[in-house]
Design a protein around this ligand. Structure first.
Ligand code: 9YW
Length: 442
């Protein structure tokens, strides 16, 4: 029988999970599989921490921001001293090759989705609700300029067409590593004979190999790092030379949403008005780019392969990106919301919980155990739930919350779940799963 913890025990185990993953200098993404700090995980982790200890949450976010590159990029991994994850700092060689990268802590050379302003918003609100206005204000004052520089870096270096559609140079940057969204562009990434040999460390560690990306996928992930090393992680040279360059509609929607959030936080902390205006302008442009990616034939938004100069119409959860940031005509938006909650997606009769899986169970490419090719990821449900509440869709937001809490009631805090059976998959005690549960329980 599947365990079913009550709210109090579930909250206590979530807190226990976070403290178990606290190695003193940081909270790692997961105990064995991911013994370091991941950029977007940390944004979510700090939200959960805020419910337990606001000062600790502020410190966690500040640790990540302390590893920001001099050019403004927030790196996708901040390495701890821990071992057991590949590729580690030596394989990336970021600090050796680029003077913008910090020497300590060591970091990777790419980035992840810009959800940090959303975390700052949550922490500030939680702090205020607990009467800790001073902690909130201090965090806002230190974090805001850094997040502004991060958004500025994205606009300066990742908008190659100048349309507001932000580009990624590696599937890892999307946070949805092996999503079928990237199958076509990855097919054009051909690892060269000079790909240095490597040994994967994730095999057989916490999950069956079939729940992780394949070796052929890993060869391509590693090859892209080689390409970036050749241009010493120079931001513009990477965009010019990477054999993978895709306008990511989900990242773009998160950027639009987060830029609006950051602008409002800027008003609350008396930041320069021109910067606030600029953030709203970036949000507007990226919202328009997301709307322009909408395909009326499928009712979903598309990514844009910038190397192949083609739309990528693969149907995945990312196609609902416009619901995060708005910008679609009312009718299109209504029907997209109905699709998300309807029988193709969250309302599919076979599902364990009524939350959207990463790929529709009706899709030929649906693989219910395989990472971003079918499983449910609580953190993605949280993002939609949070955005829906902002957009005034309270009922839909509450529904995602209660269904996701039902999914997570087994207390495993799995990295992802089988959409049909609710079986926990991937890592257990994954920090960001614990954190979204904590936020939902408060
Ligand atoms: C990897 C840490 C990270 C997440 C990503 C997820 C996975 C790591 O784990 O990638 O080595 O493949 O895809 O979104 O940040 O939880």
């Amino acid at each position: 029988m599947r365990p079913n913890l009550g709210a109090v025990r579930l909250a206590a185990s979530a807190a226990w999970t976070l403290s178990g993953n606290d190695i003193g200098t940081m909270i790692t993404a997961a105990p064995r599989l991911y013994p370091h700090m991941w950029s977007w995980d940390t944004a979510f982790i700090s939200i959960g921490l805020a419910h337990l200890n606001v000062a600790r949450a502020a410190r966690e976010l500040e640790t990540l921001l302390g590893a920001q590159w001099r050019n403004g990029m927030i790196p996708h991994i901040v390495f701890s001293e821990g071992t057991g994850y590949f590729p580690g700092p030596e394989r990336w060689g970021a600090a050796e090759l680029n003077t913008d990268a910090p020497n300590a802590p060591r970091t990777s050379g790419i980035c992840q989705p810009p959800v940090h302003a959303i975390a700052l918003r949550r922490i500030v609100d939680i702090a205020r609700s607990q009467g800790q206005r001073d902690v909130a204000f201090k965090l806002l004052k230190t974090a805001w300029p850094k997040l502004y520089r991060w958004h500025e870096w994205l606009v300066r270096h990742r908008d190659p067409l100048g349309t507001g559609m932000l580009a990624i140079v590696h599937g890892w940057e999307s946070g949805m590593d092996n999503s079928p969204r990237w199958d076509l562009p990855y097919a054009e990434v051909v690892p060269g004979p000079d790909l240095p040999p490597y040994v994967r460390l994730d095999r057989g560690l916490v999950a069956a190999d079939a729940e992780r990306p394949s070796d052929a996928e890993y060869d391509r992930y590693l090859w892209l790092i080689e390409e970036m090393r050749k241009v010493r992680y120079d931001a513009d040279a990477v965009v010019r030379t990477s054999s993978f360059l895709v306008g990511d509609v989900f990242v773009t929607a998160l950027f639009a949403l987060a830029s609006e959030v950051l602008a409002t936080l800027g008003e609350e902390s008396e930041q320069p008005p021109w910067r606030i205006r600029q953030l709203r302008g970036w949000a507007r442009r990226s919202r328009a780019a997301v709307a322009a990616a909408y395909d009326p034939r499928t009712g979903l938004a598309r990514d844009r392969d910038l190397r192949g100069d083609r739309w990528l119409s693969t149907s995945t959860i990312a196609g609902f990106a416009p619901l995060l940031c708005g910008g679609l005509p009312v009718d299109a938006e209504k029907s997209m919301l109905a699709t998300l909650t309807g029988p193709e997606w969250a309302g599919h009769p076979a599902l364990f919980a009524r939350i959207p899986p990463s790929v529709s169970p009706n899709d030929v490419g649906f693989r219910p155990k395989e990472y971003w090719r079918g499983p449910m990821w609580p953190v993605i449900a949280w993002l939609f739930g949070w955005a829906f509440a902002q957009r005034g869709w309270q009922e839909e937001s509450d529904h995602l919350r209660s269904e996701c809490l039902r999914l997570a009631a087994d207390g495993s805090f799995a990295e992802y779940y089988h959409p049909v059976t609710g079986e926990p998959l991937g890592s257990r005690q994954q920090s960001w799963t614990a954190t979204v549960v904590l936020d939902w329980l408060h």
